[in-house]
Design a protein around this ligand. Structure first.
Ligand code: ATP
Length: 377
């Protein structure tokens, strides 16, 4: 199949001119880019592969070399205004399952290179060589799978080699509206029932953050047991009374352990959640106590707790959070109070009254202060 027509429509003139640089070489558009051209979806990068050593090719053609990665045989180049990731064809194996692969050969055949890829829909190439420009090279049935909206691994060991592919599959399901083919789904289920936890958590985490999270995706993630990659004991009984937008909120619901290198801020939030969950007297807190505890926490922490069915957190967010007193320190000074610790006691007292009766006006607040603390009306 030749997709020169799609290619012509997909790229702007400048990019097409740049890609002509490779017309005398065995160079291919590759991976997600070919999939995106076929689906007419915008792609982020220009990924191309040379059947040979890409670094040597880059030195031969007229381009600026931005950076090179000898071990991988990859090179970032610039032609005109375009940045391009130029890769060598390569073979990879996974001597340590679930960790980074080892490269065995740089400059292998395109057919061998295709075998290291995650899914058939990501294993298509389009020739940039003038002899067969625009031709799709489809060694493993990727075209059919794109047509049938199927996500299919290339071999049964795929998830054992690299379990982060399970999250990649989820990402493509949600982004493209595709579904896992039956055999791939069965292989995934089997892997998730027998996970090898000696895996690279940073790979899992980086795929987690490359997923565009929303409620539907998270439900798929829970229902397909993919959460086990992060924490097999994660609670799954959530109350999604609102739809979180921050990916970290979805991660925090799983309470990832220390193997996952999250940021300091995120780790603090995770610690706070554990701390609040361990508190014993949660049942009998007054609204004022709830307000005092939860208003001192970052809002994400309270949101996460509320999704985890912490009733006080939900009450705080739904009912108490917006309650604010109108009296200020300046008002107290105008009433004759001196700046002191007593001012905080007074403001806390008013807050407590206001939480019981949110309709108190500023006038009411001031009157209460006068009667309670100044003995006058
Ligand atoms: P996106 O559209 O999100 O950028 P992509 O499909 O272009 O995704 P990348 O993560 O940029 O994917 O990777 C480029 C290509 O490299 C993929 O299309 C796939 O062929 C291959 N690839 C990436 N990650 C893996 C992996 N973990 N295992 C096997 N092949 C992979």
């Amino acid at each position: 199949m030749n997709i020169i027509n799609l290619y012509e429509k997909y790229f702007d003139e400048e990019t097409k001119q740049v890609l002509e640089t490779f017309s005398n070489y065995k160079v291919y558009l590759i991976g997600g880019l070919v999939r995106d051209i076929l689906l007419n979806k915008k792609s982020n990068d220009i990924d191309i592969t040379f059947e040979g050593n890409a670094i040597e090719l880059a030195k031969k053609i007229n381009c600026e070399i931005i950076s090179e990665h000898k071990d991988f045989g990859t090179v970032k180049i610039k032609i005109g205004n375009k940045n391009i990731d130029l890769a060598s064809t390569r073979t990879e194996t996974y001597p340590q399952k679930g960790h980074l692969p080892v490269i065995n050969k740089i400059g292998c055949s395109l057919k061998e290179d295709i075998k290291r890829r995650d899914f058939t829909i990501n294993a298509l190439a389009m020739s940039l060589n003038k002899a067969n420009f625009g031709e799709i090279i489809d060694y493993i049935g990727g075209l059919d799978d794109i047509k049938n909206k199927k996500i299919r691994i290339l071999h049964p060991q795929s998830f054992i080699d690299d379990p982060s592919r399970i999250l990649r599959g989820l990402k493509y399901s949600s982004r493209l509206g595709f579904s896992l083919d039956n055999e791939t789904l069965a292989t995934q289920e089997n892997y998730l029932n027998n996970i090898n936890y000696d895996m690279s958590c940073s790979r899992i985490l980086s795929e987690f953050y490359r997923t565009k999270w929303n409620l539907d995706v998270f439900k798929m993630f829970i229902n397909q047991n993919i959460y086990k990659l992060i924490n097999p004991n994660a609670k799954q009984d959530f109350d999604f009374w609102f739809e979180p937008t921050e990916p970290f909120i979805y991660l925090a619901l799983l309470l990832p352990d220390e193997r996952f290198e999250i940021t300091k801020r995120e780790r603090n939030i995770a610690e706070e959640i554990k701390h609040i969950q361990q508190q014993k007297n949660q049942q009998n807190m007054s609204d004022f106590e709830i307000y005092k505890i939860y208003s001192a926490l970052p809002i994400e922490t309270v949101q996460i707790l509320s999704i985890m069915r912490d009733k006080n957190a939900k009450k705080y967010l739904q009912k108490l959070k917006t309650i604010k007193i109108q009296t200020t320190g300046k008002d107290l000074i105008n009433l004759g109070f001196k700046p002191s610790k007593e001012m905080k006691t007074i403001l806390d007292f008013i807050l407590e009254q206001k939480i019981t009766n949110p309709n108190l006006s500023k006038q009411d607040e001031i009157s209460l202060i006068k009667t309670t603390f100044l003995n006058r009306d």
